[in-house]
Design a binder for this molecule. Sequence first.
Ligand SMILES: [Zn+2]
Length: 372
Amino acid sequence: MSVKLNKIIQTIEALAPENLAEAWDNVGLQVGSRQQSIKRILLTLDITADVVDEAVKKKVDLIIAHHPFIFKGLKTLSSDCEKGQIISQLIKNEVAVYVAHTNLDKAPKGLNHYLAEIMGLENIKTLEPSNPVVYYKLVVFTPVDASHKIIEVFGKNGAGAIGDYDYCTYRSSGTGTFRPLVGATPFIGEVNKLTCVSEDRIEAIVAAPDLKNLIAVLKRNHPYEEMAYDVIALENGGLINENGLGKIGVLSQPMEAADFIASTKDRLGLVALRGAGKVPDIVRRVAICSGAGADMIGLAKAKRADVLITGDLKHHDGQRALENNFWVLDAGHYGTEKWVTDCFKQILESGLEDACPEMIVAESARDFIVNY
Ligand SMILES: [Zn+2]
């Protein structure tokens, strides 16, 4: 089965849009063209010379990686340096490279969500939500027989999207009055006569960036010459944005710390697990952040987690955990992020269904840090 690379990118970015990535990051298509046809994909955490050799040997058309291969400005593409060699090998063999990094980390159902599910967490929420989106309540008054069309316009333009639901609107019925003045061409009623009409009041929340466009589309679709509507600022500040780093959730069965260590090693397939700080008696609430997330120690504690699982723990992170009376576990950068290949697989299989190309997990990708 072959599919255009553009379709693959759209499938990933429907879940992890590029604009979620951190400003310092470099994500997206790094080698190749969106117009390429893709039959076989290699999935990997990192792109190394070995991974590219494997890609060529296995005749893949695309490598999808988590860590950017081209990160900081390249000064040369000379094949006298390893990066130049790798890039020329990719181009010669027509192997494209696509990267989803911090955008996938921060996507509501991205890598951290996948990791939280592997850890058996329930009621999973974002640990550090990105800037919350401001929401408004938009109210539109419409004749009853146009209500369905107006609700369609709301839903199609992003209004009423709450969590895993869309088209969330509320409709109430009443009587509207108006008097067309000289010069008006009313849909209903006559000039200078007070008219009473059965109307519906339709309301839904709408994110600030979508508001202007939604009002314009509603006006084009509304039967009245002058659409009556209210934009109401929400005192509750809108909805929590589920984009952001890390996740927090609860174990279905609380467990003692020793059992939790054994369970973490087992679930994440680890031979070693380091930790620091104050070990709790019972673990119930678990925070998790793939890669290097020791900065989340304070936040995880503030959100009443019993432990934070992350990677790349440094000496002073351990000290901070101790000072905070909090427990942090280091499952390794690789240990928490090797799951990205399964995560990509799941996204593409569910997004492309029967059109999904063959996917191979890179056998040559490995942890750079070795336990002796
Ligand atoms: Zn990483």
